[in-house]
Write a protein that binds this ligand. Structure first.
Ligand code: HEM
Length: 310
C-alpha cells in the first residue's frame, strides 16, 4: 500500500509552507506538575538520601519530614489530588450534563494528575516507603502504571470529541464525511482518497489479551508509516504547484490519521473492548486498596497529632 501513497499523479502551484507544530497543553501541565516535586527532591537530595540517623540531625529535617511544613504541604496536595481522581468515574457516570466539562477533558486531567501523583507523594513521604503506607504507596504506583495501559486501550476505542464511545454507524458516517473533506481540501477524487487510506489487514487472530495488544501496537506502527508516506506525497503536491497550501495539507493529514485509525479500530473493536473490560476489573480493586491505605494513613496521622490539625 506504501507505493500507492508515494506515487503522485497531479502537480499544482505551491502557496504556503507547513504550519508550526505545537506542544500539547497536557504535556506542559504534566511537565509543570512533575517539575515542582522534582525540584524539591533535587534541593533536598542531601536530606532525602541520607541515613535515618543523619536525617534527624539534618538542617532541613523540620521542613522536609512528612509532618514538616514542606512534607505536609505535599501530603495535603497529594491527598486532595488523590481524592480528585475518584471524581472521574463519577463524572462519567453522570453522562451528558452541561457545565461539568466533557468526559474527554476529565480523562485528560485524570491522566495528568495520576501520572504526577507518585512523585508528589514520594516527596511527602520523604522518599521513604516503609510499613503499611509503603504498601499503600505501592498500590498507588500499580494503579498509576496500570492507568497508562488503560489509557492506551481507552484511546483505541472510537470516541466523540466529548469522550463518549461511538457506535459503528456513527463511525461509518464520520469516515464518509472525513473522506469527502480530505478530497475537497486537497482537490482530489474521494475514491482515490478512500483507496489511499485503506490500511492493509494484517490478518491473524486477535482473541486473547497478548494478541490484541500485539495487533494494536502493530496497527499504530502501520498508521505511523502510512502517515509519513502521505505527508511526503501531499507536501509534494503543495510544493509542486498544487492549488493547496501547507495548512490544507496538515488539515488533510489530521483527518487522514483519524480515518486510518477508525478503519483499524473497527477491525479489532470487539477484542479491544473485551480487554478494556478485563483492565477495568483489575484496576478497580487496586484503586480501592490504595484509597483505603491512604484514608487509614491520614486518619492515623491526624489521631496521633502529627499534622497541622493538632
Ligand atoms: C494514581 C492514581 C489513580 C487513581 C486513584 C485512579 C483511579 C481510577 C478510578 C477509580 C477509575 C474508574 C475505574 C472504573 O470505572 O472501573 C479510573 C479509570 C481510569 N483511569 Fe485512573 N487512576 C489513577 C491513575 C491513572 C493514570 C496515571 C492514568 C493514565 C495514564 C489513568 C487512566 C485511567 C483510565 C483510562 C480509566 C478508564 C476510563 C474509562 O473507562 O472511561 N488512571 N481510574
Amino acid at each position: 500500500m506504501g507505493s500507492s501513497i508515494v506515487q503522485s499523479t497531479t502537480t499544482y502551484p505551491a502557496r504556503q509552507n507547513e504550519t508550526a507544530r505545537t506542544v500539547s497543553p497536557d504535556a506542559v501541565a504534566l511537565g509543570v506538575a512533575l517539575f515542582v516535586p522534582a525540584a524539591v527532591t533535587v534541593w533536598g537530595a542531601t536530606y532525602y538520601f541520607a541515613t535515618v540517623a543523619d536525617r534527624v540531625r539534618h538542617p532541613l529535617h523540620g521542613l522536609l519530614k512528612a509532618s514538616g511544613d514542606v512534607g505536609q504541604a505535599f501530603g495535603v496536595l497529594g491527598l486532595a489530588l488523590f481524592l480528585f481522581m475518584w471524581l472521574y468515574p463519577v463524572r462519567k457516570w453522570l453522562g451528558a450534563i452541561r457545565g461539568l466539562g466533557s468526559v474527554a477533558n476529565w480523562m485528560r486531567i485524570h491522566t495528568v494528575v495520576g501520572l504526577s501523583l507518585p512523585l508528589l507523594i514520594a516527596v511527602h513521604a520523604g522518599w521513604r516507603f516503609r510499613g503499611v503506607i509503603g504498601l499503600g504507596y505501592l498500590a498507588m504506583l500499580v494503579v498509576s502504571a496500570s492507568g497508562i495501559i488503560g489509557r492506551y486501550l481507552y484511546g483505541r476505542i472510537p470516541r466523540s470529541r466529548a469522550g463518549l464511545e461511538l457506535t459503528r454507524d456513527e463511525v461509518a458516517a464520520r469516515r464518509r464525511a472525513q473522506v469527502t473533506e480530505i478530497a475537497a481540501t486537497l482537490r482530489l477524487d474521494p475514491r482515490q482518497i478512500e483507496e489511499l487510506l485503506a490500511p492493509a489487514d494484517p490478518g491473524g487472530s486477535v482473541g486473547g489479551i497478548a494478541a490484541t495488544f500485539r495487533r494494536l501496537v502493530s496497527d499504530d506502527w502501520t498508521r505511523w508509516r502510512m502517515l509519513g508516506a502521505l505527508r511526503r506525497r501531499w507536501r509534494a503536491l503543495a510544493e509542486h504547484g498544487a492549488q493547496v497550501d501547507g495548512r490544507a495539507v496538515e488539515r488533510a493529514l489530521r483527518l487522514a490519521r483519524d480515518e486510518i485509525r477508525y478503519a483499524q479500530q473497527l477491525r479489532v473493536l470487539d477484542a479491544t473492548q473485551r480487554v478494556f473490560r478485563y483492565w477495568h476489573v483489575a484496576h478497580r480493586p487496586v484503586s480501592i486498596t490504595a484509597l483505603l491505605a491512604v484514608l487509614i494513613h491520614v486518619g492515623v496521622a491526624i489521631a496521633m497529632g502529627q499534622t497541622w490539625l493538632r
